[in-house]
Design a protein around this ligand. Structure first.
Ligand SMILES: [Zn+2]
Length: 382
């Protein structure tokens, strides 16, 4: 099943796994970023690690069996299905003891991980929802206008409008007063059509809480159309597309997603640029894993920038939950730290719990030259 709406998260949150536990599995299956061989190696490593952890857990026999069965089912699923898996991400949720199993195709590659706990782990799903913009495509030509919603890789027709605009008369022949009059008559109809469409665009944007608007309209009409947009519409307007009323939905979708990707990439680049210049002038920014973790521990981070899917092992203090790259002893508690397979993941988790925004930057970017991680700080770095 495709992951397309918050209601799917709700379903998972509602599932009661007691007295058993829940297994949540996330895999980046984006074959444009990595070969199938690497994807296979990644899921096998995750499963092996999880099997070891289940063995070490101090749980009743039947709870352990349910967790092991989950891992077995996930393993079988991956063996049979990854070859032909098309979506860039996969999420599996299993509780064998309760006979629950759910697979989701994700529109974006998540961080690889398995979480076995009392409840299903759905934060990566919420993160994907936040990442996707809700787009409106407004397509218009002489007589027709259409509005589409594009969200989570899906397209849906919202509304359409047909106006009675007379055909353009052929010039020539009886040029003069009569044809000029007809021409003005047509222009008035056309303007009326644009006005109605612009007003409807405003209503649709307001009702559906869109993030961005894309407009498909001929260059010859655009100068007449644009001034008719409400200032709220102008704020949402992010670009023009080639699609027109009548263009196949799959083509509209493809064009909108490409433009969305381009605009998001630009936003990311601007953010990284701002980050680098802050860093270079010795302002309120920090880079590199070790220093960034230090600033997270001391509550100085304003927001976090991480290269998408960057991961590193590290240490966590079991007492104060501070994060370290390689401290064996927590400097503040003098307690022995515990090894964790992915300290970056722990950092993201901690940041989100404290409501610190986390920006995952798609590589390649300049962030890679700064250790793949950094943060804007609340105060100037010491
Ligand atoms: Zn500590």
């Amino acid at each position: 099943m495709k992951f397309t709406s918050p209601s799917q998260i709700e379903v998972l949150v509602q599932i009661k796994t007691h007295p058993f536990q829940a297994t949540s599995f996330y895999l980046n299956t984006d074959k444009s970023q990595q070969p199938l061989k690497a994807i296979n190696a990644a899921y096998k490593a995750l499963l092996n690690q999880a099997r070891l952890e289940v063995e070490q857990k101090n749980l009743p026999k039947e709870v352990k069996k349910s967790l092991s069965d989950d891992l077995e089912k996930i393993s079988q699923f991956c063996t049979q299905r990854l070859n032909s898996w098309k979506a860039p991400g996969l999420a599996l949720f299993s509780c064998s003891g309760q006979n629950f199993w759910q697979e989701l195709e994700l529109p974006h590659g998540p961080r690889n991980r398995i979480v076995q706990d009392f409840d299903f782990y759905t934060r990566p799903l919420s993160a994907i929802l936040e990442k996707f913009k809700k787009l409106c495509a407004f397509l218009i030509k002489r007589k027709e206008a259409r509005w589409y919603e594009i969200y989570m890789g899906e397209i849906r027709l919202l509304d359409s409008l047909t106006s009675d605009v007379p055909k353009k008369v052929k010039m020539g022949g009886f040029e003069g007063y009569e044809s000029k009059r007809i021409e003005r008559h047509i222009e008035a109809h056309l303007l009326e059509h644009f006005k109605k469409s612009a007003q409807k665009t405003f209503e649709i944007l307001k009702q559906n809480h869109f993030d961005w608007l894309f407009v498909g309209c001929d260059d010859q009409f655009y100068p007449q159309l644009e001034p008719l947009f409400h200032s709220y519409v102008k704020e949402k307007l992010k670009g023009r597309i080639k699609a027109r009323p009548g263009t196949e939905e799959s083509k509209i979708l493809k064009e909108c997603l490409e433009l969305e990707e381009k605009l998001k990439k630009k936003e990311e680049e601007e953010l990284v640029k701002k980050f680098v210049s802050e860093l270079e002038r010795g302002g309120r920014a920090v880079s590199g894993l070790s220093d960034t973790l230090r600033k997270i521990n001391s509550y100085e981070v304003q927001n976090l920038l991480i290269t998408h899917n960057f991961s590193k092992p590290g240490k966590v203090c079991p007492q104060c939950h501070a994060l370290y790259l390689n401290e064996d002893l927590c400097p503040s508690c003098q307690v022995k730290t515990e090894l964790t397979a992915d300290i970056v993941d722990e950092a993201i988790e901690l940041a989100l719990n404290k409501n610190i925004p986390v920006f995952q930057i798609t590589p390649p970017s300049r962030l890679e030259h700064y250790g793949n991680i950094g943060a804007f700080l609340k105060y100037k770095s010491q």
